[in-house]
Design a protein around this ligand. Sequence first.
Ligand SMILES: *[C@@H]1O[C@H](CO)[C@@H](O)[C@H](O)[C@H]1NC(C)=O
Length: 364
Amino acid sequence: MLLFTLLLEVIWILAADGGQHWTYEGELENQHCLWASEENCSRSIRDSDLTLPGPHGPDHWPDSYPECGSNAQSPINIQTQSVTFDPELPALQPHGYDQPGTKPLELHNNGHTVQLSLPPTLHLEGFSGKYVAVQLHLHWGQKGSPGGSEHQINSEATAAELHIVHYDSDSYESLSEAAQRPQGLAVLGILIEVGETKNPAYEHILSRLHEIRHKDQKTSVPPFNVTELLPPRLEQYFRYNGSLTTPPCYQSVLWTVFNQRAQISIGQLEKLRETLFSTQEEPLTLLVQNHRVPQPLNQRIVLASFIQVRSLYTTGKMLSLGVGILFGCLCLLLAVYFIARKIRKKRLGNQKSVVFTSAQATEA
Ligand SMILES: *[C@@H]1O[C@H](CO)[C@@H](O)[C@H](O)[C@H]1NC(C)=O
């Protein structure tokens, strides 16, 4: 019996680790940063931005995972002037997020991200089925470079992004079963930017990172109010059909990307960027830049649950409008000036002739 469970364990481990090795670009190059001076480090990052995509980087994902090269991939750049307003989209309703039970949650450095397990008491309503939560994880950039989020809104990336992963428990038994079926998963995407103050909700995760610096390390976190990781306005979101943003890139995700951002402090962002390693032992490699670039939208549509309050004029338009008005005023002023001059001349001429005629009259 013991032998049997051991065998099962081995099979399970092999199955879990059986996928091909994959990385994000630049992971290998960042190794320098642990040994080099800061200046050399940022130089090596700059160089690696231009060249040297890793042999297992995103360009090579489709070699081992064909779906990564398919045509409905995530993330995307959401262009707000091209989204379709859908008044049928209801406000997102997270249930059980406020109090996720009493059992501790597992926080895990899996070498690609930091992941927090979530109990199935957390679920989403406002979808066609019931989607229960499984885990949440983060994506981020690296020191000295902007960006880090996966989704972009109007080509603007933020410092980091939170993903909360759910699966359709009405239709499927488990996450792994649902992960390969259309709309089997529902993921919430929260763009994270740097704000003035420390975010206490994110601190439940970030303050524990030093306990799981190496790949495959785990720790447990007391349950906390997960709603507070979300932005305040849950009724403003974008919805589209996409994929997992990491191999195997299954196109099974109904995405919800919130319009509003969450905020963490610069200190919290630094902790996220500088604490974790993507490796288990030497050579230790910082776990950074774990975000995929936006993928082509192709034929897909992006729905919006709200009407954009867009400023009518962009800065460029405002500027040309200003110049136009100024030029118009100048023309008008000149016209008035010349007309006034002409009228005065005419009047003066009339007066002269009047004086002349009256002089003639007195002479006569
Ligand atoms: C996603 O795909 C399904 C099935 O093709 C479709 O019914 C649904 O309208 C799509 N949703 C969006 C937001 O495009």
